[in-house]
Design a protein around this ligand. Structure first.
Ligand code: AMP
Length: 418
């Protein structure tokens, strides 16, 4: 497989798909530039080689072309500043031929939001609410047809293709996957960020050093079921925590007060327990909870067994016995995956359990384990506790990471790896 380090970009035009979908305030000012900074090593390598950059990204969910609220023009100056060279702007990603032709080695061009065109996602737009199935099918067929010309145009700008947008790797969009067909294996490659993500996921899901412990938290079992099912075939220890604890407690006949519970998933919880046993997986559930008398940081608090929560109280974090049990399992692991908090960590009074999990992961990492944290709220957790740089890898891709740990093949990865 071609790599960024092996490829000499001197005199070459590179189409680089990045994820510059950064949050903006009401004045179109960037509120968090993490994603822009994350792509810089790749962009700088190409510029420093004497290559020419054609940078493509999406931002938000525009519904028309143009949609000024989602214009990448808002971030142009900041991209130039981070890259250290002036970056030109192409106001229409399909009409950039002259600007692309004018690029000289070491120069860069940022294309306007690729999703201004429905063809980027390949989903029809502007269908009436009452459109018939035939109309929907015809519109879908039409956009898929015009998607080919759209993709070909993007590909025509460049000699090679670099994908550094892990956040959209689970989408088979024009610029994230389809475009790769226009380049041979020597002229398409991952960017540094994407490569780090791919290597981290492979280390956890494929080249696993055992014992492998996954910690799945969050609010509901239903949203995590595909991941849990996949992990049941891979892990040694599966810690299921957060709000889903109480669906398990109730399924086993416990008393859960007003704790969050999915009553239609009680059988599913029992089934997960059965499958864990059949697969020889050590399923670890909480034994005690920190409970509150209302869903608020200022709630009155107490501790209770997970099967013994009084009426009018709800389990909002794991208790001290559980923290110790979880920490022991985590500290004896060599590979760790964490997705989803152990409690309502947004409330400081119910954040201790998630912090204990994060600290145990940090300890294990210091002793040589590989730890991957990702998928939304657990990233917020490690950031809140200032521990992000003490785990092996914090994923930048929410949905993409979740699909990867569900065991799905990600189109953006397959397009490059073949
Ligand atoms: P998810 O998006 O499914 O990963 O869930 C994350 C959310 O789960 C966070 O906002 C947490 O506050 C919430 N959560 C974790 N533990 C609990 C709990 N015991 N009760 C209610 N919500 C919880």
């Amino acid at each position: 497989m071609q790599t960024l380090d092996k490829f000499n970009f001197a005199g070459k035009k590179a189409f680089v798909r990045v994820d510059f979908n950064v949050p903006l305030d009401e004045n179109q000012k960037i509120t968090d530039d993490t994603r822009i900074r994350a792509a810089m090593p790749t962009l700088k390598k190409i510029i420093n080689d004497g290559g020419m950059l054609i940078i493509g990204s999406h931002m938000g969910r525009p519904k028309k072309n143009p949609d000024p609220k989602y214009s990448l023009k808002s971030i142009l100056d900041h991209v130039s500043e981070c890259l250290g060279v002036p970056v030109a702007f192409a106001p229409d990603c399909q009409q950039a031929d002259a600007q692309v032709a004018a690029l000289k080695p070491g120069q860069a061009l940022l294309l306007e939001n690729l999703r201004f065109y429905a063809e980027e996602e390949g989903k029809p737009r502007g269908l009436a609410d009452d459109a018939s199935d035939e109309e929907k099918a015809a519109a879908k067929k039409a956009v898929k047809e015009s998607q080919k010309a759209f993709t070909k145009k993007l590909a025509s700008y460049a000699d090679c293709y670099v994908n550094d947008a892990f956040g959209t790797a689970h989408r088979a969009h024009a610029s994230t996957a389809l475009i790769a067909d226009y380049f041979d294996a020597d002229h398409k490659m991952f960017g540094y960020l994407m490569n780090k993500e791919v290597v981290a996921v492979e280390k956890v899901m494929e080249n696993t050093v055992r014992p492998f412990t996954a910690i799945m938290g969050g609010s509901k079992v239903s949203t995590k079921i595909d991941i849990i099912e996949n992990l049941l075939g891979k892990v040694d220890n599966l810690i299921l925590t957060g709000g889903m604890t109480y669906t398990f407690s109730k399924a086993m006949g416990g008393k859960i007060g007003t704790s969050i519970c999915e009553d239609d998933k009680l059988d599913l919880a029992l089934d997960i327990m059965k499958k864990a046993k059949e697969n020889g997986v050590n399923l670890v559930l909480a034994v005690d909870s920190k409970i509150g008398d209302s869903f608020s940081n200022d709630a009155k608090t107490a501790y209770a067994g997970v099967n013994d929560i009084p009426d009018g109280w709800e389990g909002m974090d794991i208790g001290p016995k559980t923290m110790e049990i979880f920490a022991n399992v985590i500290k004896n692991s060599k590979t760790i995956l964490w997705n989803g908090p152990a409690g309502v960590f947004e409330f400081d009074n119910f954040a201790a359990g998630s912090k204990a999990v994060a600290e145990a992961i940090v300890d294990a990492t210091a002793k040589g384990a590989f730890s991957l944290v990702g998928g939304g709220d657990s990233v917020a957790c490690v950031n809140k506790f200032g521990l992000a740089d003490k785990v092996s890898y914090v994923s930048t891709g929410g949905g993409a990471l979740l699909e990867a740990i569900e065991g799905k093949v990600l189109p953006g990865i397959k397009a490059i790896q073949g």
